[in-house]
Design a protein around this ligand. Structure first.
Ligand SMILES: [Zn+2]
Length: 189
């Protein structure tokens, strides 16, 4: 049974790491087996319901700054895992962009574009339209895609081997029609 195998594997990890909830790609599960009728789709509102109730509780207990930090770091982990399991190594920059465009669209995350690519200085501007996290939300006086910031930094760090920082400068929630991120290396090799 694949389910039992996953549990066993996670149990082994808990013993090894002393942690209960260490992330593993296996936790995404076998959806053919587990949801033969429901398949791999849910309504986007459900994803947002989970994300924004999590954020509410984390902010209540730990404060706004820590909540943002947790979302950034979680997104960063997701970006590294996404790179490892979906993007794959060995692509040139155009190949990376193409793979990001197709995979982010196919998975319903958003429409990815590159507005600036200064490869020499490791400085980029990426946009994500129809973004899974924020498109269609009420306009607020702040951007909300902290998880995406971490996600992009995690991908770029995995791709380049350098430390990266990503910052959302435009967001649906600040009145823009796309989310726009500045993405820069923190250090050069
Ligand atoms: Zn946004």
């Amino acid at each position: 049974m694949i389910g039992n195998k996953i549990l066993k594997t996670n149990k082994e990890w808990s013993i090894m790491t002393g942690r209960k909830y260490k992330f593993s790609w296996d936790l995404l599960g076998n959806l053919d087996e587990g949801r033969p009728n429901m398949k791999n789709t849910i309504r986007l509102e459900v994803y947002r319901l989970m994300q924004y109730t999590f954020r509410d509780i984390i902010e209540t207990d730990f404060g706004t700054e820590k909540a943002d930090e947790i979302f950034y770091r979680a997104g960063f982990n997701a970006g590294k895992e996404f790179y490892q399991h979906i993007i794959g190594v060995g692509l040139d920059f155009n190949g990376l962009v193409k793979k990001l465009q197709t995979s982010l669209r196919d998975l319903g995350i958003g429409i990815f574009r590159v507005e600036k690519a200064d490869i020499e200085h490791d400085s980029f501007i990426f946009t994500l339209s129809e973004d899974i996290d924020c498109s269609g939300l009420p306009v607020l006086d702040y951007s909300v895609c902290t998880y995406d910031e971490g996600f992009i930094a995690g991908i770029m760090e995995s791709y380049t081997g350098k430390k990266f920082s990503a910052k959302e400068i435009d967001c649906w929630c600040t009145g823009d029609r796309t989310c726009r991120f500045t993405v820069d290396a923190l250090t050069s090799l």
